[in-house]
Design a protein around this ligand. Sequence first.
Ligand code: PMP
Length: 369
Amino acid sequence: MSLLAKRTQQIDSSGIRRVFELARTMKDPINLSIGQPDFDVPNAVKSAAIGAIENGNNSYTPTNGIVPLREQLIADEKAFTGRDYSLEQMLVTSGVSGGLFLSLLALVDEGDEVIIPDPYFVMYKHLVNLNGGTPVYLDTYEDGFSINADKLAALITPKTKILLLNSPGNPTGRIFSTTELQAIANVCDKHGVLIITDEIYREFAYAPMQSIAQFTDNCLLLGGYSKSFGMTGWRLGYAAGPKEIIEAMAMLQQYSFVCAPSVAQYAALACPQTDMSLQLSDYAIKRDVMFDALSSHFEVGAADGAFYLFAKVPEGHTGSSFTELAIKNNVLIIPGNVFSERDTHFRVCYTVPNEKLLAGAKILCSLTG
Ligand code: PMP
C-alpha cells in the first residue's frame, strides 16, 4: 500500500516532466521555456535586502506581513484599482503561488466547481483538484482567448463558487479589455461567483490594463513582485480582498508558511523608488520582435502582456509532437497541453536576448514546411 495520500494522485505533472526530460538531452538549447524575466533584482532592492539582514530583520514577521509593506501595497492598489483596502484586507504571501494555495485551501470544498478559462496557468487546475474541487473549463480558443460572458454564464451551476481569472495571461499574453471585465463582473455578481484575479504580470502590459477589482467587490486580488522586479526566488506576493477570506487565509498561513520571507518583505519597501520602466519597455520590444518573427508562419494569439506567445502548431502536428520536433532542432518550447485540455498550440517565452529570439523563431518557422 502506498504511503502517499490520495490527494497526491490528483496531480499529474507528466506532460511538463516529459518536456524537461527531453530538454536534458539538449546541449546548448535556445531556451524559450523560461517563465521568468532575464533582468536581475535592481541594485537598490538588493541593498535593501542586505541592509535588512545586517539590521537583524531575520525573524518571523507578523503572519499577515509587516505593516509598512501592507501600507505600501494598499497605496499601490488604491492608485491602480481605486480600492481602499484596509490593513485587515491585505495579506503578504509567499509569492502569488502562496496566495493561490491559501485562497483555494480556504475556499474550495469537496465538489465545489471552479471555472478556469482554458488555456490556463498550470497551477490552477492542480490546486483545485488537490482541494477536492472540480475544475470547469471555459474554452476560449474560438474567442481569441477572450472571455465570452454568455459562455461563462452557461457554465455556472449551483455548485459554482469561483472564477479564476488571469490577466495579463500565462500562456496567452492576453489582457482583458474594460468591456470584457465589466461583462465578466456582471455575470459573476449576478450568480454570486467569487472572482480570484491573478495579476502577477500587471506591469508587463503593452495594451491598457485594468483590474477586475475595479468593477466588483466580489473579488480576491493576487499580485506579487516576482516578475516585475526579477525576484522569482524571493517569494513575495500578496492577496487583497474581502476581510473574511483574508482572515481565513491568514489563519492557514499561520499553520503552514508562517509568514512570507522577512528579508524579501523589508527589501520590497525599496521597490517603489526603483524605476523599472526601461526593463519593462525592453519587453515590449521583445514582444514585437517575436510576434513579427513568428506570425509569418504561425497563427499567434494577441499578445497584449506578460512575456508569452501562444501559437498554433502547423497542420499535421499536436502541441506535443511539434514540441518534440522543436527540441530535436535545439529549441525548447512548451506544448499547449501543459496549459490546456487541448494540445493544438505551443508556448514561447520571450525572456531571452533578441538574437536568441530571432534564432529560435527562424528554426521554428523552418519546421512548418
Ligand atoms: N500566476 C501566474 C499566472 C504565473 O505565471 C506564475 C509564475 N509562473 C505565478 C502565478 C506564480 O508566481 P510567484 O512567483 O509569485 O509564486
